[in-house]
Every structure is written in structure tokens, then in C-alpha cells.
Design a protein around this ligand. Sequence first.
Ligand code: URP
Ligand code: ZN
Ligand code: ZN
Length: 466
Amino acid sequence: MGLIIKNGNIITSENEYIADILVEGEKIIAIGKELDIAGHEVVDATGKYVFPGGVDEHVHYNSFNSLGYETSHAALVGGTTTVGDFVVQPVGVGLKDSIINYKRDCLDGVATVDYVLHGIIMDPCEESIEDLVNMPSVGVSSVKLFMAYKGMPYYVSDEWIFKALCTGKESGVTIMVHAENADIIDVLTKQLIAEGKTEPKYFGDSRPVLSEAEATSRAIYMAKMAKAPIFVVHVTNQKAVEVIREAYNEGVSAYGETCTHYLMLNDENLARPNFEGAKYVCNPPLRPQSDVDFMWEAINKGWITSVGSDHCAVMGGFAEGKHKGINDFSKIPPGSPGVQERLYMMWTYGVETGRISRQKFVEVCCTTPAKICGIYPQKGDIAVGSDADIVVFDQNYRGAISIKDSLSGSDYCTYEGYEQKGIAEKVFLRGKLVAENGKFVGEFGEGKQVISKPYAYCYNKFKEGE
Ligand code: URP
Ligand code: ZN
Ligand code: ZN
């Protein structure tokens, strides 16, 4: 017996049409009008939208002091069926082994959402660079390097970024960068703290727009010299986007992602009283509203390819985790939870306000992230042969984001009180119902690794012979 999702208004990144979807096992096996329902379980989706399960290419579990996959059902109730998680590389452990160990220790039997893994080079050495070519053999085709975080184990110098770009392309590994100028941030942070400017509202001043634009530009120049593609994660502002856009227009394979919070929140959040600003401390920081408005334009025009959540539910939440920086903003653990709310915010404040079309919503939240991660068309599309990761969406639901509905494990919601128009009425992960109207109804620990194919989206121009 299969499953038929009947008569839904299917949204893809390109189309919208009313049809039935037939699922057998874990796959979509037919899409068409009036499919024969005999012998199948039927879900009536008349009057509802149906779109692919969200693909959130940028989340943090078990890194940056964050909670782990025991909270990953939060993604599912928010309509996200696949996450892209960044795997830390302890010093002395090979890059490939860091993936094998992480799977064994933190994922197998724990993950509830499907996941694609990104490596992180944290032990910069020749062995780590050489290991880049082995990453596809463990299903990993993207590796992040941090230009920021001076003095922390994440930071790597340009030497290693350039070497990673040169070697990564030999096996089709996409190099991702966190682009902020670590030295500038270090100087400004010390200055601000010495002046007694210790509150969260000064956090943004320590990491100005230009420190991000400069690092973005530097990373892209390195990619140009290495003749390699580059993907800049969590881009926040107009200047950085312009750097990416100009390089792309000149023929460089430079791409960028933004995150929900850079579309929803602005720097005023950092100045909230009673230390509440700490809830919004994330790297790079929230920007002025003019940049927020520009980021919507950037996704609409295709200058930015995708929207991740950068979900990072800091251990101890606001009460204990974020309060580590009560006397010094630089000690506030960065990151905010958002995997559960990403699609709702993008729908409510993007689609419902007319800022983006429904097709753009699917493109930036599902399809292009899957392409970037090398897991398309298995993930990110409603198509015959794709995994049956499907959201039946009731667009008439009206509610508000509240911590009482949150499964993130944190004690606060980044989008507390924001309107929520629409709800994932039913969420299917590989054909299995896992969430219904905000409640998790699946089984814990059933998430699987999605094997990433090398030479993914960021290599498209290379295929054209760049
Ligand atoms: O502040 C954030 N975004 N925390 C996660 C780490 C990162 O740089 O992505
Ligand atoms: Zn980052
Ligand atoms: Zn991140």
C-alpha cells in the first residue's frame, strides 16, 4: 500500500499546479491528476499548498556550545526535513575521521531529521588539506573555514583557505567561508571593552559591515586566484552582497547564503533591555534595517542563493548560556535557535507580504540549498524519484511564535511573538508522517545521512567550461 497526497496545490521552485502525489516506500513514484487511489492511504490536500520538505543548509548541532540532535525534531515540526550540519575537527583528528567519529558518537540513532554534513577545517595542516579529496568518500562535499574567531580553535589563516580552495576543487568539494576580518574584530572588541562598553548593544560595533565586506572580498580574490568556486555563508549586508554580485558578474563562481535573522531582525534587537539583546548575539551581527531590506531584494534578484537558519541553540539558553557574557559582550556564546521557525518566517514575512513569490520561497528554502549541498534531486523537490519529503501546508492557520511550542531545547525563541501565517499540517520524511500541526508524531533517531555528491551547485560554471 502506498500513500496518495490528493489534490494539493503543489509548489516547486518553478511551478504551481494541482495534482496528486503517489508515494511508495520512501520515494515519490508518480505525480498526476486523478491518480487511482485503490489500495492506497489517502491524504486529502484539497485547498492546501504542498511543497518539498525544507532543506536548511546551515545548522549547528554539538558545536559552538549548542545542543545536539536530541532536539532535531524541532526541524520537522517546522517543515524542514533535511539539515546541513557543520562537523568540528578536533586537533589531531583527520578531517575525514572527524566525520566518521561524529556520525558514530552524535548521529547514529540520535538524529530525527535527515542530515547532510559539512566538514570544518579546525586543524589547519597539510594532512587536513590532503584529506579534502577523501571527503566525498564519507558523503561530504562541502567544508567550511572560519576567517573569524581569532584566538579560538575555529580560526584559520588565509594560507589554509587558499590551500583548501586549490585542493578542494580536485575532488569537487565546495569551500564555504565564514567571512569576517578576525584582526579588526579583535582590535575593536578590546577597545570597546576597555572603554567600559560591555553590553550587548556594542556587539555590532565590534564587527562592522566593512569587516565582513573586506573578508568577503579577500575570500573571493583567493577563490579567483585558486580558480575555484566559493560559497560565503551567512551574508548580512549590502556591501558584502555587492562584492559577491560583482565577482559573479565578472565570471567568478562566488555564491552566498543569508539567514532568517538577517531578513527578520535588525541591530535594534541587540539594544533590548535587561540583557535581552544577548539573545540576538550571533556572528556576523544583526545589521541596520536598510541592510535587512536589501537582503530581501538580494534573495529576490538571485544575488543571494539561499536562506539557512544558522540554528544554534546555545546550551543553557538565555538564563545560563547567554549570561556568561553579562559583564562582557565578547563572552556571550554566539548563535540563536531558528530551525523550527525558518519556513514560517519566510512564508509569513516573505510570501504573505508579497516580498517573495511562493516559487522563490521553495527555491531559497528547499531546492537551491539541496543543490548547494549536493543532495538534489533526492532532496529539495517534489519530483518523481525524489525522497518523499513533503509538507502539506495549511496557509489559513493564524498564530504566533511562542516558546511554549518550541522543541529547540532552548529557553527562548528568537522570533517570540512574531506572527505565524500558515502551518505545516502534515510533514512527511521519506514517506513517513513525522509532524502534524506543530506536534512531533514520528520516532526519534530515524534520521539518516544524505550522501552529498561532489561538484555541486557552486561548480555549475565549471561544468560550462569556466
Ligand atoms: O553566531 C553564530 N552564527 N553561531 C554559529 C557559528 C557560526 O559562525 O556560524
Ligand atoms: Zn559562521
Ligand atoms: Zn553557522
